[in-house]
Design a protein around this ligand. Structure first.
Ligand SMILES: [Zn+2]
Ligand SMILES: [Zn+2]
Length: 249
């Protein structure tokens, strides 16, 4: 059964037990990582995923809480024994950021360093990201302070779908991308020009006719709690993702 692992669930400012929002998406054939703002390799190990076996990394946008852990991830993969390049997917500004943060460190004399390959995603509705390992992944632009994409993962074996908003204000493009998904993982940083409240996410999930709504990128508990109460009046089943949670879909 395809499963989403919530390796981190916090906004930039959140509760002390939450790190930055990062996901792993796994089916019977492959495992994809989404964003790496924090120290992601130990978080993968904590849910039972060997970091060296990752089939790819998708970076949704250039912000530090989504990409700043990349050089540390690569150093850990090298020392853990990975020898094949890590495929990295993202829109142009995101992969430019990946390259910049990586190149802040000198890896040229690291013997057998695996390195990575960069694969650019178009910033357009339903843009193709990848189609292998039993996944078809598409991306659509969200509404944020910088260019960003949300993601739709179609599992070929089950025909089940996971959608992930990444950082965005309530967005018609993300609603359309998520339409009919078994599971929508949506940010709930709070209402504003570049983010979404839990209540707004619940409204969008109802409009998109998704099966289950899981909130990530959440603010501190005292900010989230009243917003969550409002969301539950629209959608009683809404859940806040657990750190190191696993959610079959
Ligand atoms: Zn952001
Ligand atoms: Zn963020």
């Amino acid at each position: 059964m395809p499963t989403a692992y919530t390796l981190g669930t916090g906004a930039v400012v959140s509760d002390p037990n939450r790190t930055t929002t990062m996901l792993a998406v796994q089916n019977e054939r492959s495992t994809l990582l989404v964003d790496c703002g924090g120290d992601v390799a130990p978080r993968l190990q904590a849910v039972g995923i060997d970091p060296t076996t990752l089939d790819g990394l998708i970076v949704t946008h250039e912000h530090a809480d989504h990409v700043a852990g990349f050089p540390l991830l690569m150093e850990r993969l090298w020392l853990m024994g990975r020898r094949t390049p890590l495929p990295v997917y993202g829109i142009a500004p995101a992969i430019a950021q990946v390259r910049r943060v990586h190149d802040a460190f000198d890896t040229c004399d690291w013997v057998d360093y695996p390195g990575f390959t960069l694969h650019e995603i178009d910033l357009a509705p339903h843009a193709p990201v990848l189609d292998h390992g039993g996944w078809r992944v598409n991306a659509s632009p969200g509404t944020h302070a910088v260019p960003v994409v949300g993601l739709r993962f179609d599992d070929a074996a089950s025909h089940h779908v996971l959608a992930y908003s990444s950082d965005t204000a309530p967005s018609e493009a993300i609603r359309d991308l998520a339409h009919g998904a078994q599971l929508l993982i949506h940010e709930a940083s709070g209402a504003g020009p570049v983010h979404t409240s839990a209540e707004q996410a619940a409204h969008l999930a109802n409009d998109a006719n998704v099966g289950q709504l899981l909130l990530v990128h959440v603010p501190p508990h005292d900010v989230l709690a009243p917003d969550l109460d409002a969301a539950r009046t629209l959608r009683p089943d809404v859940q806040v993702a657990a750190e190191l949670g696993h959610y079959p879909f």
